[in-house]
Design a protein around this ligand. Structure first.
Ligand code: SF4
Ligand code: MG
Length: 327
C-alpha cells in the first residue's frame, strides 16, 4: 500500500541545563494512504513532539531533530528549507490542535482566517476565497455560515471553533491531516460529532490522518492502525482490532485495563502504578521496568527492540524476545 508519509528513525532531543531529553528516540512508522494512524500514550511520551517534528515546528535552539528521514511525496521534509516547508504546511499537510484559540487570530474575522490559506496556497481571488470559505463553514456542520464568517473567535463556542479549525485545515485539500488531541477540550457529545465529521471528511476526500491522543475511546473509534509510545519510544504497534483484542506489551495491557469513563480524561484514570521515568535519567533498560509486573532481570539492563510478533504487530518487550532464553 502506498504511504502518505513515512517516518524513518526519527529522533528529536531537547537540550536543558540538566542534559538532553530524548523526547522522540528512534521512531519509525508510516501512514498509509487513506488510513488513520493513532499515536497513543500518556502526556510526555513524545507523541506531540513527533507531530511537531513532522511539521518542522520544533523550536531551536532548545529542541532539535537529531536524525531521521520524513518521506512525504518523495521528498525528505527534514531536508527542506523553511520556505518550502511553509508551502507544504497548511496546504498538503494540515494540522489541528487541542486549543483552537491558540491557532486563531483573536482580532480577525473567522471568514478572513479561512480565506487566508485559500489566497496564499491556492491563489484564489478574495471573492472566490470568500465563497469557498462559506462552503467550508457549511461543510463542517455550522448553520448560518455567512453570519459566522463575520464573527470573531471569541463569539463562538469551543466546539464551533474546532469545526472552524477543521474547515481551515481541509481548505486546501491536504493529503495528510495531523490532529493533536483535537477533541480533548470538548465535551463528549461535541467530541463524538467532531470525530464523526473527521471520519466523513477522510472517507470523502481520501485524506490520511495522523491522530494523536491519550484517549483509547478515540483510538477505538478512529484508528486503522495504532502506535503506542512510552518515554519517547514506540513500545507496541498494530492494527486496531488486533491491538485491542490481543495487546502484547504490559504497558498496552495496562492502558486497556483502565476503562475510560465518559467525559473524563484518561490521564487521570490510569490504573498502572508508578510514573514515567525521569527523561533526564534514562538508563539502558526497558523504560517501563519500574512499573511492570512482569519485569525480569534483563529488563533492567538491556533495552528491548521493536520486533514483529505477528502480521502487522510489533512489540518491544523481552517477554517476546526469543533471545531472552539465551541471555
Ligand atoms: Fe516488562 Fe520487561 Fe517487557 Fe519491559 S521488557 S515491559 S519490563 S517484561
Ligand atoms: Mg501533547
Amino acid at each position: 500500500m502506498d504511504n502518505s508519509i513515512e517516518i524513518d528513525h526519527l529522533s528529536t532531543y531537547f537540550y536543558t541545563e540538566e542534559g538532553a531529553v530524548k523526547a522522540v528516540d528512534d521512531v519509525s512508522f508510516r501512514v498509509p494512504l487513506g488510513q488513520t494512524v493513532c499515536i497513543v500514550g500518556e502526556s510526555g511520551c513524545g507523541k506531540s513532539v513527533t507531530a511537531m517534528s513532522i511539521m518542522g515546528l520544533v523550536e531551536e535552539p532548545g529542541g532539535k531533530v537529531i536524525s531521521g528521514k520524513i518521506d512525504f511525496s518523495g521528498e525528505d521534509l527534514l531536508k527542506l528549507d523553511k520556505h518550502s516547508l511553509r508551502s507544504i504546511r497548511g496546504n498538503e499537510i494540515a494540522m489541528i490542535f487541542q486549543e483552537p484559540m491558540s491557532s486563531l487570530n483573536p482580532v480577525m474575522k473567522i471568514g478572513e482566517q479561512i480565506m487566508e490559506p485559500l489566497i496564499i496556497h491556492l491563489k484564489m481571488s478574495k471573492k472566490q476565497a470568500r465563497t469557498r470559505a462559506i462552503e467550508l463553514i457549511e461543510q463542517v456542520g455550522i448553520s448560518r455560515p455567512e453570519q459566522i464568517a463575520d464573527s470573531y473567535p471569541h463569539e463562538l463556542s469551543g466546539g464551533m471553533l474546532q469545526r472552524i479549525m477543521i474547515a481551515i485545515a481541509i481548505s486546501c485539500n491536504p493529503k495528510l491531516l495531523i490532529a493533536d488531541e483535537p477533541t480533548t477540550a470538548l465535551d463528549v457529545t461535541i467530541q463524538a460529532q467532531i470525530l464523526d465529521m473527521l471520519r466523513d471528511i477522510k472517507t470523502n476526500s481520501n485524506m490520511s490522518i495522523l491522530l494523536i491522543t491519550h484517549d483509547l475511546g478515540v483510538v477505538a473509534e478512529m484508528a486503522d492502525y495504532v502506535i503506542v509510545m512510552y518515554s519517547g519510544k514506540i513500545v507496541e504497534e498494530g492494527e486496531v482490532v488486533e491491538l485491542f483484542e490481543r495487546p502484547k506489551h504490559p504497558y498496552t495491557k495496562g492502558l486497556l485495563k483502565s476503562k475510560p469513563i465518559i467525559n473524563q480524561r484518561l490521564e487521570e484514570l490510569y490504573s498502572i502504578p508508578g510514573q514515567v521515568p525521569n527523561p533526564l535519567d534514562l538508563q539502558e533498560s526497558c523504560y517501563f521496568h519500574d512499573r511492570c509486573e512482569q519485569c525480569m532481570s534483563i529488563c533492567q539492563t538491556k533495552q528491548p527492540q521493536l520486533q514483529e510478533v505477528g502480521t502487522q504487530q510489533k512489540v518491544a518487550c523481552w517477554l517476546y524476545e526469543e533471545a531472552v532464553a539465551h541471555v
